[in-house]
Design a protein around this ligand. Structure first.
Ligand code: SPD
Length: 280
């Protein structure tokens, strides 16, 4: 028969998955970590009751958080990932031959361990020699590293509750800007313009205070219970566009969501999203 596992949005909307069995359930030092075997999505990671990723649809999210950001920079030698404990973001980064080093800073080592054990197709790049994996607080890490250390910073965090809450504020974004090179790029998941409208709007507004140019883009992630999800690119100095999507040409055979046309089209926003992001 199986049980239903439901994520609730603001006590107003519920999204549920039918679960065959629970493979892991534990309260780590930071959050409840669950690994479910579901009927439709395959194995799924859940943190504090929030769906994070699944075998079936993880590529929607991970290809969208990584590849547009890498198309927005000329130099991609050093990349910092904050969060990303399931490993999908690092796996996508490793497809780029000119990425020389990825530093991934994940606060919760239990997430990494559980994903290594149960989600090997997502956590497949943790043993890459180009990866430096650090289990520590990403907020403290960006506060202490020297300025201009990275070409790209990607924030692959959870929703703004629990350990990820501090990843949505101005002082954290200011540190991200400091550790980025001026012509580098900050890419982050920025929640759903439909179900988390206030967070989406607040992220855009806060980034605009600090960065010269901020460009949200949209796609779908079936596991997130909303037809629309968003990510955002922010450039410390200068403009985000134009994106150079040509390097994707060589990757397209191995990608399942991203392609050169989509990489540009994702920045074309429905009017209500554009108004939420820019006010006009
Ligand atoms: N509502 C869930 C938002 C989670 C965003 N991060 C997912 C992590 C996948 N690597």
């Amino acid at each position: 028969m199986g049980n239903w596992y439901e994520e609730t949005f603001d006590g107003q909307v519920r999204f549920g998955l039918k679960v065959r069995r629970t493979l892991h359930s534990n309260r780590s030092k930071f959050q409840r970590v669950e690994l479910l075997e579901t009927e439709f999505f395959g194995k799924a990671l859940v943190l504090d009751g929030l769906f994070m990723t699944s075998e079936k649809d993880e590529f929607f999210y991970h290809e969208m958080i990584v590849h547009p950001a890498l198309c927005a920079v000329r130099r991609r030698a050093r990349v910092l990932v904050i969060g990303g404990g399931d490993g999908g973001t690092v796996r996508e980064l490793m497809r780029w031959p000119d990425v020389e080093q990825v530093v991934m800073v994940e606060i919760d080592g239990e997430v990494v361990d559980v994903c290594r054990e149960h989600l090997p197709s997502i956590a497949s790049a943790f043993d890459e020699p180009r990866l430096e994996l650090r289990i520590e607080d990403g907020i403290e890490y960006v506060a202490k590293v020297p300025a201009c250390s990275f070409d790209v910073v990607l924030l692959d965090g959870s929703d703004p509750v629990g350990p990820a809450e501090g990843l949505f504020n101005e002082s954290f974004y200011a540190d991200v800007k400091r550790v980025l090179k001026p012509d580098g790029i900050f890419g982050l998941q920025s929640e759903s313009p439909v179900l988390q409208t206030d967070v989406f709007q607040a992220v855009q507004k806060t980034l605009r205070v600090l960065f010269d140019d901020v460009k949200p883009y949209i796609g779908s992630v079936p596991l997130y219970g909303s037809a629309m999800w968003s990510w955002t690119l922010a450039r410390p100095v200068g403009e985000v566009f134009p994106l150079d999507t040509e390097p994707l040409h060589g990757l397209e055979a191995e990608l399942r969501y991203m392609n050169r046309e989509l990489c540009k089209a994702a920045f074309v926003l429905p009017t209500f999203v554009r108004k939420l992001a820019t006010g006009v």
